[in-house]
Design a protein around this ligand. Structure first.
Ligand code: SF4
Length: 297
């Protein structure tokens, strides 16, 4: 794993390592947490990269997708790629020898002081299912009315404030499950707790949609019902192919009543949308007020 190897090679060098955006869950992995110089998570969703990488004073290593090409070559001299990622003009690291990156990092100024926020991460499905009894009791006692899964990709086009407004408007007796980089719009807000259970549960990256499905299946098992009968609403923001693959997986599993936005994926022509709507109740988002009223009625 690139991050583990990088932490190993930078240990004791005085270099601090920060993850960016969707690498946030790394801070919950016990083997990574052992490294005290894994200093924090910097920045948010992919579309902020150009601004954030410009402001970040150190060397940057990118290893996977959702990477932007630096505008006018800014920060290109301190941008490195590894694995499957390649950016024209950036140095590519072959294998796991990060010497060249480490030398570059040593030559650069430290990060400007910033107070930052403390947020909770690490709610892999095994962690959530570890407190399943508590969650089930709270649902049975009427303390938790409904679960909202609000997540997916983020993007720069207008209309995505919907997800922030929706999360803020979710009633206090409901839990918000989130994942992927859409969450950076609201994951630093204080949503409080219900009976010691955080109201905002960050399941992780876009890839952790699998965890969300496992949680839904486990809850359905506990309540002896189908996923579609759970007090669960799924509201997705989509941007690219991975999110579309996740949507198709949910449809394949027979999950109904999903809301998606801010615009329909390009492959959803009117006819396709009609078929999915008729068979799966797929809806486009409208406004947070209207959608919430419909979900909670
Ligand atoms: S959530 Fe979507 S946009 Fe964000 S990193 Fe994952 S695939 Fe990329």
């Amino acid at each position: 794993m690139d991050l583990y190897e990088l932490l190993r090679q930078t240990e004791g060098t005085g270099i601090n390592v920060y993850t960016h955006g969707e690498m946030l869950p790394s801070h919950a992995y016990p083997e990574l947490r052992k490294f005290k110089h894994l200093a924090g998570n910097y920045g948010g969703a992919w579309q902020e990269q150009k601004k954030e990488f410009n402001a970040f004073s150190g060397a940057i290593l990118v290893t996977t997708n959702c990477v932007l090409i630096p505008p006018d070559g800014t920060y290109l001299d301190r941008l490195f790629t590894a694995g499957i990622t390649g950016i024209p003009g950036a140095r590519h690291i072959i294998g796991k020898d990060f010497k060249v990156l480490i030398e570059k990092a040593k030559s650069l100024p430290p990060l400007p002081e910033s107070s930052g926020n403390r947020i909770m991460t690490g709610f892999h499905h095994t962690a959530i299912l570890g407190i399943a009894d508590k969650i089930i009791d709270a649902v049975k006692a009427g303390k938790i009315r409904r679960f909202f899964l609000i997540g997916g990709c983020d993007g720069a086009k207008p209309g995505r404030n919907y997800y922030t407004e929706l999360a803020e408007s979710v009633p206090k007796d409901c839990i918000i499950l989130t994942l992927a980089c859409g969450k950076y719009r609201f994951n630093k807000l204080d949503f409080g707790e219900i009976e010691g259970i955080p109201r905002l549960i960050d399941i992780g990256q876009c890839n952790n949609a699998y965890s969300a499905i496992q949680v839904a299946l486990a809850l359905a098992g506990a309540f002896k019902c189908s996923v579609n009968e759970l007090p669960l609403s799924i509201i997705l923001s989509w941007f690219e192919q991975k999110a579309v693959a996740i949507l198709l997986t949910l449809l394949y599993l027979g999950v109904k009543g999903i809301r998606i936005g801010p615009t329909p994926p390009a492959f959803i022509t009117q006819n396709v949308f009609k078929v999915i709507q008729e068979n799966y109740g797929l809806k486009l988002i409208t406004t947070p007020e209207k959608d919430l009223a419909e979900i909670l009625k």
